[in-house]
Ligand binder design. Structure first.
Ligand code: M6R
Length: 605
């Protein structure tokens, strides 16, 4: 989703351009920059002058903006930039950020959504240049300016409903960037000769980094920052404790992050395991005395993280623990059933997904204890949840989640055994699980499947529609596999529980349809093979993934997978589908790291 980068110090325009490039991976459709500037630049559809502030914006890739900015050899000490993922109004120059107030004395960039912007627009009784909610805020700042910039910002923020992280520059107080936060992530930092603000902890460059909390404000200057609470009482920054900077991974010799991140799966799994390989380490985070009272589990997440939660649900069920699994954006708006002795678990790679965090807050309001499973330290979810465990997958830049998913599964494997240990007191099962998972990591590393996956991609890439089927854990593999394939190939792809096909969807299967079938669970394999026969009878082309001998010779392709314990197949087989999706996207000329319309971190509801 949208990204904010602001910088005070020498070459601020260059720093902001580099900063917004680091934010690219989050998904965007236009970009812009505003900087303090005493010269008036020649105006055109991309460039506008305000009062000692200039805006330059463009549609599409950041390189489109770069072409204009770099030509102008701009020198400024204060700049803010933005990558926009359209919510209000189409992707266009006029709708991209930053936005000016009517008098050109304020420029603002915004992440989040102002829900009452139409009401506020009426209150303003003024024409706006864009269709955005953000421009309204710029105009409110102008209207309610009371001589003091920070208190004006606070007063305007009090009028807003929704979520925001703002970075604001103004000619009323040049040489400063003002920041406000409510619901959308933002981090600020400073070094000897600069100050910096960014919406993404993975993308900020600098020392002394602080994560702003809700309803805090910050003033950033060269060499210092001041942070204020909701009443504008100054907070002693020394007492806040700066956070450790996150090292962002580099592409190295790879052409795409997605492939790099798939290759990193074995090492990512090992890193996840390392932190919890002693049961005492987990006990320190999730104290046994508190956790053994939970008899039920509720897992909530979105997208790939939701699919990890489906596998988690089954793993808990295998230990005899009642478990529900819910999509966050659905859960939030249905009647809340009060639950007792229930632990609510929230899974989020980014730790910023608005609906997942919204669902977490809802559960807390209803008195449930909450545990976050996330990959990003100091992400918003870590401040909201009662307990937190990290997947340690390392930074994931590709929009399509790969290694983070595998590591989410690893946490569920471990957690299910940790809960089993409360019931049985048996530590051995926990340590066996760790050992088995290490073996799976080794096997994934050894399993040389790239050319096989490339070959399958060649077969399917011209398809109009693909189905993925399985039962039980195999169905959860199908769900994640289908999401992966569709999000980066743009081929319509649906997952179905194999037994459910004949209740409607089978009518869509014909001789042009590929159906991926996953058969790894002994108890239900014959049932799924029957469903496969039903597809073959309709001339559907089966691509089978199984460790079992297949008596049905009519499948179109058969991928015989190595033998592992059945419960680990979701962790193991997804590797094939991640690669097949990747190669399919390449064959179709898509950039798998930045699929159209998608964002890495979904911070709107
Ligand atoms: O950061 P999160 O894990 O909360 O994100 C949830 C989904 O948006 C995410 O998994 C999405 O489905 C991925 N792009 C799928 O690859």
């Amino acid at each position: 989703m949208c990204g904010i980068y602001g910088y005070i110090g020498e070459k601020s325009v260059d720093e902001v351009m580099k900063g917004i490039k680091r934010l690219e991976y989050r998904g965007y459709d236009s970009a812009g920059i505003a900087f303090q500037n005493r010269e008036r630049l020649c105006e055109d559809e991309n460039t506008k002058n305000g009062e000692n502030i200039t805006l330059i914006k463009n549609k599409g890739e950041i390189s489109n903006l770069e072409k204009i900015v770099l030509n102008k050899n701009l020198k400024s000490n204060v700049a803010i930039g933005h990558t926009r993922w359209a919510t209000h109004g189409e992707p266009s120059i006029k709708n991209s950020h930053p936005h000016f107030s009517g008098d050109g004395k304020w420029a603002i960039v915004h992440n989040g959504i102002i829900e009452n912007y139409l009401e506020l627009k009426q209150e303003l009784q003024t024409q706006t240049e864009s269709d955005t909610d953000t421009e309204i805020v710029a105009r409110l700042l102008e209207k309610y300016f009371n001589g003091d910039v920070l208190s004006t910002i606070k007063n305007v923020c009090h009028k807003l409903k929704g979520s925001y992280a703002f970075a604001i520059i103004t000619s009323h107080s040049p040489d400063k960037i003002f920041v406000a936060k409510h619901g959308s992530p933002v981090v600020v930092g400073y070094g000897k000769s600069y100050g910096v603000v960014c919406s993404d902890i993975n993308s900020i460059k600098g020392e002394n980094i602080y994560v702003l909390e809700n309803d805090q404000y910050a003033i950033i200057e060269k060499g210092k920052i001041n942070i204020f609470d909701k009443n504008l009482v100054a907070i002693d920054v020394g007492k806040l404790g700066a956070v450790k900077k996150v090292e962002r991974s580099k592409l190295g010799d790879y052409s795409h992050y997605m492939l790099k991140e798939i290759d990193e799966i074995p090492s990512a799994i090992r890193r996840t395991l390392k932190e919890y390989e002693n049961i005492e380490a987990l006990e320190k985070i999730l104290p046994k005395e508190k956790f053994k009272k939970f008899k039920n589990i509720l897992i909530i997440a979105c997208g790939t993280a939701y699919h990890a939660g489906l596998v988690g649900k089954r793993l808990f069920e295998e230990e005899g623990i009642y478990c529900e699994s819910e999509i966050a954006s659905e859960f939030r708006y249905k009647p809340f059933i009060e639950r007792r002795k229930t632990l609510a678990i929230f899974v989020s790679q980014s730790g910023e997904t608005a609906d997942t965090i919204g669902a977490l807050k809802l559960c807390k309001q209803h008195g449930l204890k909450t545990l976050a499973i996330t990959n990003v330290r100091n992400s918003s979810i870590t401040f909201e949840a009662d307990y937190c465990i990290y997947t340690n997958a390392g930074s994931e830049i590709g929009v399509a989640s790969t290694k983070a998913y595998n590591c989410q599964l690893v946490i569920f494997y471990i957690l299910s055994k940790y809960f089993n240990y409360f019931k049985t007191g048996d530590e051995k099962a926990y340590y066996d699980e760790i050992k088995n998972l290490k073996n799976i990591a080794r096997l994934i590393k050894k399993n040389d499947i790239k050319s096989k996956c490339g070959y399958i991609a060649q077969k399917i890439y011209k398809s109009k529609s693909i189905y993925m089927i399985g039962r039980g854990l195999d169905y959860f593999i199908a769900a994640e596999a289908a999401l992966k394939l569709k999000e980066i190939s743009y081929i319509h792809c649906e997952s179905y529980p194999a037994g459910e096909l004949k209740h409607g969807t089978i009518s869509l299967i014909d001789k042009n349809t590929y159906v991926f079938a996953f058969v790894t669970q002994e108890k239900i394999k014959d049932k799924t093979f029957s469903n496969i026969n039903e597809v073959v009878a309709r001339e559907g082309k089966i691509i089978l993934f199984s460790q079992f001998d297949n008596s049905n010779k009519k499948v179109c392709e058969e991928i015989k997978v190595p033998l592992v314990k059945e419960r680990y197949y979701p962790l193991f087989i997804i590797n094939y589908l991640q690669l097949i999706s990747y190669y399919t996207a390449l064959l179709l000329g898509n950039n798998p790291d930045k699929p159209r319309s998608l964002a890495k971190s979904v911070t709107v509801e």
